[in-house]
Design a protein around this ligand. Structure first.
Ligand code: DP6
Length: 387
């Protein structure tokens, strides 16, 4: 018999101060605090349904329709942590079936573990009636997942305690604070298999000479400065810190033994293009950041969107704009007919064209996890299986 069923959705987040390195591998406690923007779920989200039933014979999990091993240690850590704080379903023997899907291709290399673990923990917390902070539980699934627990701008305080109880996510500003903040993701064509974040950061922490200074001095200062910049909606400072931290993070990777390279030629072309564009403009109009892969996430105020998209489309033209540009359709005409001011004209007439991007995704800062309706359920209550 089905005892309870809950469906929720949760967002992706993109760090502007990067988390890289753990002081505790099991609890997933970081070596530095980090800060991110939450991306809007209209464009990128994970949806998860969890059903509890007395007739299930085991806990089970399906990701995008494929059965996964729920005995994997990170899933078990999360499930046990939630169940130890349960206020509901405590009196009946039961198991849970979990189905989870992303509305974006996992292969695109966008942070699916963050939205995935956040959604799993948030949905479990609804099912089991867990109150109080649950970001520390999401953190045990994947560090960056804790920051997806809130909308807007979110910091993950590294904390000091050994049990990790103070290593939690805190909302710095809600999504309504800076609604003009947009994000363009340039999804780069790349076939190479990357070093996972988990492995990469472990190697950097053990070998990169840059780590000590980064954790002790650079990041603490940047955390203060970027929080202030967000509060004041000061894009110049926000963008400057964002690009510096991305550059430093990839320098940490390059000074790891053996070196780790996440950026490819297209990523470096984008870095160069954005730096030239900002310089020619006389101010920071957009800011790039790269995670453990070649895709560029570009933060920018809404007012610069048409110009920046038009610049990107000049350098990386697509075949069919209606599928290549995934954003508000009403922008397309303005982007295509955009005439740059004189000082930018040379940048808008590149010599070469590339087949370097899969597509361009345009989104904005958005809200945290959401409880959905029974009609959104991904599980058929009669069979207990994904629909
Ligand atoms: C480069 O959260 O994926 O995206 O905690 O081992 O699961 P684990 O790592 P993960 O690392 C994310 C690293 C990053 C930077 C960031 O999101 O802060």
């Amino acid at each position: 018999m089905v005892l309870a069923s809950v469906t929720c959705s949760a967002p992706v987040n993109i760090a502007v101060i990067k988390y890289w390195g753990k002081r505790d591998e099991k609890l997933i406690l970081p070596l530095n605090s980090s800060l991110s923007g939450t991306l809007h779920q209209d464009d990128l989200k994970t949806t998860t349904t969890i059903v509890a039933s007395e007739s299930f014979t085991e806990d089970a999990l399906w990701l995008n329709g494929k059965k996964e091993d729920i005995n994997a240690v990170r899933y078990q850590n999360v499930l046990n942590a939630i169940r130890s704080r349960a206020t509901k379903l405590t009196d009946k023997k039961h198991f849970v079936h979990i189905a989870s899907i992303n509305n974006f291709p996992t292969a695109a290399g966008l942070a699916s573990s963050a939205s995935g673990y956040c959604c799993l923990v948030f949905t479990l917390a609804q099912l089991y009636g867990v109150d109080g902070d649950i970001s520390a539980i999401a953190r045990m699934g994947s560090g960056s997942a804790c920051r997806s627990m809130f909308g807007g701008f979110v910091k993950w305080e590294m904390g000091q305690k050994e049990d990790g109880s103070d290593s939690v996510a805190i909302q710095v500003q809600p999504e309504q604070h800076w609604p003009e903040m947009n994000i363009i993701v340039l999804v780069v064509n790349d076939k190479k298999k990357e070093t996972s974040s988990t492995d990469g950061m472990q190697k950097s922490a053990a070998t990169s000479v840059m780590m000590k200074e980064r954790c002790a001095v650079t990041v603490p200062q940047r955390m203060k400065d970027i929080e202030e910049a967000i509060k004041n909606k000061d894009f110049e400072t926000f963008g400057d810190i964002t690009m510096k931290d991305s550059d430093d993070f990839h320098e940490v990777c390059a000074t790891t033994t053996p070196p780790i390279y996440y950026l490819n030629d297209t990523s470096r072309y984008i870095i160069n293009l954005i730096n030239r564009y900002n310089k020619a403009s006389g101010s920071i109009k957009c800011a790039y950041t790269f995670d453990a892969g070649p895709n560029a996430c570009v933060y920018l105020p809404k007012d610069n969107v048409v110009e920046v998209l038009s610049l990107f489309l000049k350098h990386f033209p697509g075949q069919d704009i209606s599928t290549y540009y995934r954003g508000p359709k009403e922008n397309i005409a303005a982007i295509e007919s955009y005439q740059p001011p004189k000082n930018l004209q040379s940048l808008f007439s590149p010599e070469t064209t590339f087949d370097s991007l899969k597509y361009i995704l345009h989104t904005r800062v958005g809200p945290g996890p959401i409880v959905l309706n029974e009609s959104d359920s991904l599980i058929d209550n009669t069979t207990g299986l994904p629909k």
